[in-house]
Design a binder for this molecule. Sequence first.
Ligand code: GLU
Length: 549
Amino acid sequence: MDNKKLAELMFPNIDKDIEYYEQKYPNRNLPKGAIVTRFAPSPTGFVHMGSLRTAFIARKIATDTGGVFYLRIEDTDEKRSVENGIQGIVEDLENFNFIIDEGRISETKDLGIYGPYLQSERASIYKTFAKHLVEKGFAYPCFATEEELSKIRQFQESKKERIGYYGLYAKSRNFEIKEIESKILSGEKFVTRLKSPGNFSNKVICADLVKGKIEFPENDLDIVLLKSDGIPTYHFAHLVDDYLMRTTHILRGDEWLSSYPVHEQLFKIFGYELPKYCHVAPVNKKDGDSVRKLSKRHDPEAALSYYHEKGIPINAVYLYLMTTANSNFEEWLEQNPKSNLNDYKFEFKKMSASGSLFDLDKLINISKNYISKLSAKEVYDEVINWTKIYDKEFYDILINNKALSIDIFNIEREQKKPRKDFASWSEIKENVFYMFDDYFDYKKVDFSLVNNPEKYKELINLYIDKYYNESDDKNTWFRKIKELSTELGYAPEMNLYKENPTKYKGNVADVSNILRVALTTKTTTPDLYEIMRLLGKEKIAKRFNDLSK
Ligand code: GLU
C-alpha cells in the first residue's frame, strides 16, 4: 500500500507536518520537576464540585513545583456543549479565585502560546497528526456504516467474543488503494481509524500516581481517531493536545482509566514520552444508608454557584477540598494554625484511591472556624463583596456605617476562643440586623420567649432611669443588672435562686434575657454588654421607650 498516496487522498488540504507543530510548541523552559497540568472540561456552562476538586489538586501541584496550569476546553462532543458554555466555566472559576496560567479565558480569547485552547479551533492540527499516522501505516479510512458495525457487534455478542473493531473484524484495514480512492472521490464518508499494532495477550501497566500499578491487556482495537466530520475522539485529542501543550501530568476522572492502553499505545507510536497519570475517583455523597455520586441534578452543593450565592468563603471550600484530598492535611493544619494552603505541600501518596465523600456539614464547620479566625475588617470586606451582589440594601447600610459594622463584627472575635456563629456571608444579616435601626422593629419583640417577663415594662424603665450608664465597664454593668434584679425581686445570683426558687420572681439570667430580647428580639446573641455599648444610650432609650407604649 502506498501510504503517502493514501494520506494525500484522505487529507488533501493538510500541508503542514507534525514537525511544524512540534517546533511551534517547543518544550517548556521550566525548572526541573516542574509539573505542567490542566483542567479540560467540556463547555457545559458550569463546573461541578468534583471537577473543581481535581482541578484544585492539579493547580496545587503545578504551583508547588513552579510549573504551569492551563485551561483547555474540550468541545468535541456536541452533546456536552451548551451555548455560552465556556463563559459559564470561566465565571465559575473566577468566582472561586481560581487562577490559570494560560488557556481559554473567554468564549473567544486565549492566554498563552500553546493554544488554541479550544479543541474545535485545532481541527487542522488533529488532521496533520492523523495524516502522519496514515503515512506511517498506523491509520486508515474506514467506510463501515452504522449497520455494518452493529452487525459485527451482534455477531460478537452471539459468539461471546470481545466487542469492537479489531483483528479479522477490521475489514477496512485491507482495502486496496484503488477501492479507497474511488470511494473517497465519489464522496463516501469515512472515519480515520488507528491500525493498532497491539496484541491482546500482551500486558501493559498503568503506573497510576494514586491507584498504583494496574495491569491491562494491550490495546488491539482499531479505535476511531477522527470522526467523519474530522472531529477527533477524546483519545486522539488527548494525545495531540497533551503532547503539544507539553503536559507532564494528567489528572482526570477514573472513568478514563480503562482507556489507558489506547493512550499508552498512541504515545508509543509517536515516540512521545508518556505523561504521568492520576485517575481520580468521583466525589460521592452519603444518601441515607447508601453512597452515590455527588450529582448536580440532586445536590445543589455540587454546583459552584451554590457557594457563591450562599457566600461560603472560597478559602474555606479550598481548605475543605484539601482535607478530602490529603489524609494528613487536617492534622497539619492543627499543628500549623497560622499557616495557609500555600504552605502545605500536596502529596499523591496521601490521596485516597477510592474517592472521597462530600460532607457539607464538615465544610460548614471548617467555614465557621475559618471565619472565626478572620479579623473584623476582613469579615467586613468579605460581607461588602457579597452584599454588593446579593443584598444591595444591606450593602448600603454597611457602607454608611463602616466603623460601627467593623465593631459589630469584632464582638467576641479577638479572643482565645472566638465565636463561631456563621459559616457564610448570607447568615450575617440575621445575626446582626438588630444593631441597625433600619432593621430593628420593636413590634417584633416577643417577651413570651423569656422566663418571667411579666414585669418587663417596669424592668426596662427602671434599668434605663436608674442603673444604665453608658460609660460603665463590664463589671459595673453586670453588678448593676444584679442590683436591678434584687430591686425587682429576681435572684441576683443563680445559686441563691436554685436554693430557694419560690422566694424569687426569677433570676438574674431572666433579667438579662428580658433586656436582650427587648434590644435584639433574639434570645441568644453575642455578648450583651458589647451590644449595648455599640448601640449606645440613645438607641437603647428609644427602643425601651417604644416598648413601654
Ligand atoms: N473532557 C474530558 C472530561 O471532561 C477531560 C478528561 C481529561 O482531563 O483528560 O472528562
